[in-house]
Design a protein around this ligand. Structure first.
Ligand code: MRU
Length: 363
């Protein structure tokens, strides 16, 4: 095992550092505060959406992104909305709030955490008499802290599968920026790094939005975990040259049979893993499970603007006249998944029967 990189990274001044210093979503002085991920890695700028429409815009425009993070941001946005609606109509706020919840739910279609968190907030609001703000804020905070706790548990479960000296490749950004903190796949990488198990961490740049190059690389360097970027095209060769033993990814939705809907390019990686005998690990909290769908084919895959492909950093790079097809996610069949790691346990070779043994997400 070559631990040279790690010994360099861990210096005495970081004793006690658990490689987890970033929070993208905060509730500060009665406001929702979002770290604007469109500006990273160059600038740390914050946005404070004032109501449901502004929060829905922030989700749609990727100020906040990542399946658990958009669920948490939407839960806090319900608090903002309830504050406005109660002031507007102390008796009719619930009906008005239902409209705000519909606006938030429509912001992005693929990640199920968004509708899960909104359903949980709506159910809570149905039980409240009088001013709803305090109790809804408690519920949003609970959703946030439960996510963080789930990520830490998944980190331990996933790191337990990794052997000392393994190297890993991850895709997109699944870290503190994409969750309530710590991360899903990146949480496993954090835990495995802290346990001294990892040799190298590779991150795919994740065209077209570059979540890997801009966000994962920023987050890992910030938290002093050395990272090596590759182009997405280099993944198969990385595996062929036996430089990684695992690909570890998150999920936007996992259907009842274990199909995984995640960032475009995940399916390529899963096929390549099977071909090269590299382990394929999916890390997702139970709030990402969707037992209402038998398999992944029924999931709406978000199509994003062609400009994300045709342009780079605001400048056109494609030949004039070219158009682009830009699906944001793809569907990995469960038969390609070696391990599904959740906070409630690890499933090897997931299928419908095994998934049914997981505790369903609380509502
Ligand atoms: O389009 P994005 O950046 O929101 O996509 C994010 C992903 O695909 C992540 O892998 C997924 O949400 C899991 S994050 C914990």
């Amino acid at each position: 095992m070559d631990l040279a990189g790690k010994e360099q990274a861990i210096s005495p001044d970081m004793a006690g550092d658990d490689h987890d210093s970033i929070r993208a979503i905060q509730w500060l002085e009665n406001r929702l505060c979002l770290l604007d991920q469109r500006c990273l890695p160059f600038e740390e700028r914050y946005q404070y959406p004032a109501d449901a429409a502004a929060a829905a815009g922030a989700i749609r425009d990727m100020v906040v992104r990542g399946a658990p993070a958009i669920g948490i941001a939407a839960a806090y946005a319900v608090v903002l909305a309830a504050r406005g609606r109660y002031a507007q109509s102390p008796h009719g706020w619930r009906g008005l709030l239902a409209e705000d919840i519909r606006v938030l739910a429509a912001a992005r279609p693929t990640a199920v955490n968004l509708s899960w968190a909104l359903r949980r907030m709506e159910r809570r609001s149905a039980t409240i008499a009088g001013d709803p703000v305090g109790e809804l804020l408690e519920e949003a905070r609970r959703i946030h802290t439960e996510d963080l706790a789930a990520n830490r548990r998944m980190g331990e479960h996933g790191a337990g599968l990794i052997r000392a000296g393994d190297s890993v490749l991850t895709h997109c950004n699944t870290g503190s920026l994409a969750t309530g903190g710590y991360g899903t796949a990146l949480g496993v990488i954090r835990s495995a790094w802290r346990a001294g198990k990892l040799n190298r961490v590779f991150a795919g740049e994740t065209r077209p939005w570059l979540q890997g190059a801009r966000l994962t690389a920023w987050e890992l360097t910030r938290d002093r975990i050395p990272v090596t970027l590759i182009t997405d095209n280099a993944a198969a060769y990385l595996m062929q040259t036996q430089q990684v033993q695992w690909v570890i990814v998150g999920a936007d939705r996992v259907t009842a049979n274990g199909d995984v809907i995640n960032k475009i390019g995940t399916y390529n990686l899963a096929i390549n893993c099977r071909h090269h005998g590299v382990g394929f690990m999916v890390v997702a909290p139970c709030s990402t499970l969707d037992f209402t769908l038998d398999d992944g084919q029924a999931v709406e895959i978000e199509q994003r603007a062609a400009d994300e492909v045709l342009n780079l950093a605001g400048r056109r790079i494609a030949a004039d006249g070219a158009t682009a097809w830009n699906p944001a996610f793809d569907i990995t069949p469960s038969r390609l998944v070696d391990y599904l790691v959740t906070e409630n346990g690890v499933i090897q070779a997931p299928d419908t029967q095994q998934l049914a043994t997981l505790k369903p997400p609380s509502l």
